[in-house]
Design a protein around this ligand. Structure first.
Ligand code: BGP
Length: 485
């Protein structure tokens, strides 16, 4: 049986959902300089070169230190209006309430609260916006579940301090947390420090120029320290706070029982996810990671007391996203399959979404078991769902059978993990419950929602909200505690 206080909800992120990018005193974030794209056309950031030209680079490319952020008036940047939650939150909260959820996962926009990331005083207008949203949710019996940092950062911190490469950013982040924990004390009880901490790999999420492996490892170390400090602070300010981590839980299978495939799967798993969960759940770097750093000749710059900080900042729970699994193989010519954050080898036993992500509901049950066995911490599925195109019928209805099928099968496996395997599961918040901009491609047509938003890939549309068939399915799913699955 699911817990009595099981959280049924939906998940979003500010840079994909909120909009109002230059309103209410908000400052520029790295996500604001990211264009839209498609499956075959990657999203890029616009920069101004010292010669005064605008150039476009992917967040994963090393960005020269003397490039400045710039907005190109000719281009469409999806984060600027996103789906306009900033102005439509009342209607959206009503829709969530009608759906029957008791939790709503959203992130705060750092630059709405500290426009430069580290201003002397927080921006009252930004804080008041989240006051209003949280109060409206709570009035409808919906608990806010807040991701403190989801895939963006203040441009000012990147330009002045090289983002997470600097210890200054740790202090700025902890100050943000301090303001959030105090202001929303008693109203927000569930927090996550960093979204998909194992996928923070480019300029947009790290703010680091000239990124290479050594600089990445240092930035990551700072993020671990910042997260640990946030956990301890959250507990100190309100012992009722649950402060969790958020992992892209990419389940990997070895392609064959060839010991070389199995050994490679172990190594890939460590690099892809275990390092991040090990540090955040156990409070120290695992030996395999220390050996790897030493072998590469990377020496992390640490401050006295950091070890204690990491140990004292173990997370209360593991929030994770689960969309697909992937296959690891030593065969160099194995065909690749796309997936959340990383492309691995194809799995002939699975079908894929229209965006090429393998669909593996049983893998969710496996993932829950593996995480539970390894850490014995409460788990929270904070993202799951099918990115698919929707067709609006003439009468306005949307028959998203494939999405219902995906969700139904995943909920069924999730329940088995609880009922038959004894996993401790806190809740389920499927991704993009109200349609929002895709993080990977910046498209609007890659939809996850149960509520349709009338907007296309270039930002045109009325933004009107419409209930899909999955809306009514999820309503029944929640009402029956997942039985309709
Ligand atoms: C995760 C992110 C989300 C989200 C989701 C779906 O990686 O936490 O922000 O967008 O994946 O990915 P996409 O939007 O690329 O389909």
């Amino acid at each position: 049986m699911l817990r009595k206080d099981f959280l049924w909800g939906g998940a979003t992120a500010a840079n994909q959902f909120e909009g109002g990018f230059d309103e209410g005193g908000r400052g520029l974030a790295t996500s604001d300089t990211k264009t839209n794209g498609s499956k075959d056309r990657p999203r890029k950031h616009s920069f101004l070169t010292p010669e005064g030209n605008i150039v476009y680079l992917r967040g994963s490319e090393p960005i020269p230190a003397d490039y400045r952020c710039v907005l190109d008036p000719e281009r469409y940047y999806p984060s600027h209006r996103a789906v306009d939650f900033y102005h439509r939150w009342r209607e959206d909260v009503d829709l969530l309430a009608e759906m029957g959820v008791n939790a709503f996962r959203m992130s705060v926009s750092w630059t709405r609260i500290f426009p430069n990331g580290d201003d002397e005083v927080p921006n009252e207008e930004g804080l008041a916006f989240y006051d209003a949203v949280f109060d409206a949710l709570l009035a409808r019996g919906i608990q806010p579940v807040v991701t403190i940092n989801h895939f963006d950062m203040p441009v000012a911190l990147s330009e002045k301090y090289d983002g997470w490469l600097s210890r200054h950013t740790v202090d700025a982040y902890v100050r943000l947390c301090d303001v959030l924990f105090r202001r929303y004390c008693g109203r927000v009880r569930h927090w996550m420090t960093f979204n998909e901490i194992n996928l923070l790999r480019g300029w947009d999420t790290l703010g680091v120029h000239e990124l290479d492996d050594a600089r990445y490892q240092q930035a990551l170390y700072h993020i671990f320290v910042a997260s640990a400090k946030a956990v301890a602070l959250g507990h100190q300010i309100d012992p009722e706070n649950h402060v969790g981590m958020m992992l892209a839980a990419i389940l990997t299978y070895a392609e064959t029982c060839n010991p070389a495939d199995v050994a490679l799967e172990l190594a890939v798993g460590r690099r892809l996810k275990w390092l991040f969960a090990d540090v955040q759940c156990r409070g120290y770097y695992p030996s395999y990671a220390l050996r790897e750093l030493a072998a590469k000749g990377i020496e992390l710059v640490r401050e006295p007391g950091d070890d204690e900080v990491l140990r004292a900042g173990c997370v209360d729970y593991i929030g994770f996203s689960y969309y697909n699994s992937g296959v690891v193989t030593t065969r160099p010519d194995a065909p690749r399959a796309l997936g959340n954050g990383v492309a691995l080898a194809e799995n002939p036993y699975l079908e894929s979404s229209a965006w090429g992500w393998p669909i593996d509901p049983v893998g969710l049950r496996t993932t829950l078991n593996v995480l539970w066995d390894r850490y014995q911490k409460p788990l929270f599925v904070v993202e799951n769902g099918l990115g698919a195109e929707d067709v609006v019928e003439e009468d306005g209805s949307i028959h998203d059978e494939a999405r219902i099928d995906y969700l139904r099968r995943h909920v069924a496996e999730m329940k088995k993990a609880v009922d038959e395997d004894g996993v401790d599961l806190m809740g389920y918040t499927p991704w993009g419950v109200i349609d929002l901009v895709s993080a990977g491609t910046g498209e609007m047509k890659k939809r996850y929602g149960m509520v349709y938003v009338d907007m296309d890939d270039e930002g045109a549309g009325t933004l009107e909200r419409r209930r899909k068939d999955s809306f009514y399915w999820y309503q029944r799913c929640i009402a029956t505690s997942g039985e309709v699955a």
